[in-house]
Design a protein around this ligand. Structure first.
Ligand code: R5P
Length: 266
């Protein structure tokens, strides 16, 4: 692996712990102005200082993130479909030249294993990796799950392993029962998406379960920015990911942070 590639990867996954807290705010690329991201700048600003990496699209990066921000960027470069259409029909939306121009640390693309467009999406990932490799840019493969697909260890292991075999440097997937199997059979770091908003206490447990079973961290969106207390949530998730804070202590911390905020506002 060349120096540039290693350097970018070490910006995404913190070398001190081998883990990362990526803040995912790329949802608008197929969901439009989803809840909590109606005004991306307003959502991102208070949270970004607690993120190891920011995952978003070119449009939101340009319009809603200050150029002086000190955070590595994971740029989503796939899209072209919406929640109203066939999501698996995504293609590449950003050239590597433009990604480099934006000084990104990595590029991300979804794959749709098991869909009728599986071949197209996997070869699209391979093309992106080939191109990104030329410039030392790591690729994050996102294992997308269709409505009628099982999010079980068998399916997610299949999808993660295929992404790694094609050359993805990091894979993002979902937490599931027997998650250890997914991690053990994937030769590159695996991070988990948070998925739909769930109660904060469950999200805390999800993050803990994932890292304690081998995840290299989280790429979490809705369970942070749709929380009533997004800053407390991302700070708590950081402690879980980087310090293995157990769910009981993490829940205490979350509540302490909320109370501190309420007291200082009085
Ligand atoms: C979905 O494909 C997007 O890439 C999100 O970045 C991803 O799902 C993570 O966000 P969340 O934690 O909200 O699921």
């Amino acid at each position: 692996m060349d120096w540039g590639m290693k350097n970018r990867l070490s910006r995404i996954i913190r070398p001190e712990t081998g883990r990362t807290v990526m803040l995912a705010v790329d949802h608008g690329y197929f969901l439009g102005p989803t809840s909590g991201l109606e005004d991306p700048a307003k959502t991102i600003e208070p949270l970004v200082k607690y993120a190891d990496c920011l995952m978003l699209t070119r449009g939101v990066l340009r319009s809603s993130v200050d150029t002086s921000v000190d955070v590595p960027i994971m740029l989503r470069v796939s899209g072209g479909t919406s929640v109203l259409g066939n999501l698996a029909d995504e293609g590449t939306t950003v050239s590597i030249r433009d990604a480099i121009r934006m000084n990104v640390s990595g590029v991300a693309m979804s794959i749709f294993v098991g869909s009728e467009l599986e071949r197209k999406s996997l070869l699209g990932l391979a093309d992106l990796i080939n191109e990104a490799q030329e410039y030392g840019i790591p690729v994050l493969a996102v294992t997308a799950v269709g409505k009628d697909m099982n999010r079980d260890a068998r399916y997610l292991s299949l999808a993660c392993r295929i992404a790694a075999e094609l050359g993805a440097h990091v894979v993002k997937t979902y937490y599931c029962e027997d998650f250890e199997k997914v991690v053990k059979t994937c030769p590159v770091p695996v991070v988990i998406a948070g998925g739909k908003k769930i109660p904060e206490r469950e999200a805390v447990e999800l993050a803990y379960n994932a890292v304690s079973r081998g995840a290299a961290g989280v790429d979490m969106g809705r369970n942070i920015f749709q929380s009533e207390h997004p800053v407390a949530m991302i700070k708590t998730v950081r402690e879980i990911v980087h310090k293995d804070l157990d769910p009981v202590k993490a829940w205490d911390l979350f509540n302490t942070l909320i109370n501190e905020k309420a007291t200082s506002a009085k």
